[in-house]
Design a protein around this ligand. Structure first.
Ligand SMILES: [Zn+2]
Length: 239
């Protein structure tokens, strides 16, 4: 392949959750859907099929035609996380979100995502890689820290042909409620997203991801459009 890196082309890492959906909507606003390529990496997580559905539907809605869906076999075999090991229960969120690294952390997961994204960007000539990592209002995962992405950009400079590709993290310093507000302004299709760690038809409303999401919508004062287990969504809103 001999594709030159184009500054107006981008790859967006799209898990199908609310943050990655807003990130994809931002990339489409900035570059146009025809210049945005979407990557989905599944890894044997509990909600794999539901997240793949969210990915497809978000791409359809945003008009992203260039897509890559890959399955990482390593993370599931390695395990060590409640998301990839069925013997480890997904915990309900406590009051101490973000204070210690929870069992839902998938060891060094985002490096696997980014490696695929960089390889693909180099082949299709995309200069920027958008990823919706959030540091504040998050679970405290170490692969969501700004210094991690700065270091990864050094790896890309040293390890790619032209050294021009770079990772962009537009949401990293935003509060979760700010992300909801931004998504609403951009027309991000929140109703198509899936954030829950365990539910497949209805979001559980009590895992950390659900609780962070419900709090954000509540802070903005708009209802979260996805279906929740009825009792749990109210409980989550009180936490
Ligand atoms: Zn949940």
């Amino acid at each position: 392949m001999n594709n030159n890196i184009e500054p107006n082309r981008s790859v967006v890492v799209l898990s199908g959750g609310m943050d990655s959906c807003v990130c994809a909507a931002l990339a489409v606003r900035d570059f146009g859907a025809g210049n945005v390529a979407a990557l989905h990496v599944s890894y044997g997580q509990r909600t794999e099929a539901r997240e793949q559905q969210a990915f497809r539907e978000i791409c359809e809605r945003l008009g992203i035609k260039q897509r890559l869906t890959v399955r990482n076999q390593a993370l599931g075999q390695i395990g060590g996380s409640a998301l990839t090991d069925s013997r480890v229960a997904v915990p309900e969120a406590g009051t101490e979100i973000g204070q210690q690294i929870p069992i839902t952390y998938v060891p060094f997961r985002n490096a696997h995502f980014l490696s695929v994204a960089v390889s693909w960007a180099e082949v299709i000539g995309a200069e920027k890689i958008y990823i919706g990592a959030v540091e504040q209002d998050s679970s405290g995962y170490p692969d969501c820290r700004p210094e991690y992405y700065e270091a990864f950009n050094s790896v890309i400079r040293a390890g790619t042909k032209e050294g021009k590709i770079r990772i962009v993290t537009p949401l990293i310093a935003m509060r979760k409620a700010e992300i909801v507000s931004l998504g609403l302004r951009l027309g991000a299709p929140f109703e198509l997203t899936w954030s829950c760690y365990s539910g497949l038809n209805r979001a559980c409303g009590v895992c950390e991801s659900c609780v962070l999401r419900l709090r954000a919508f509540e802070a903005v004062g708009v209802p979260d459009p996805i279906p929740y287990e009825a009792a749990n969504s109210r409980e989550a809103n009180r936490k």
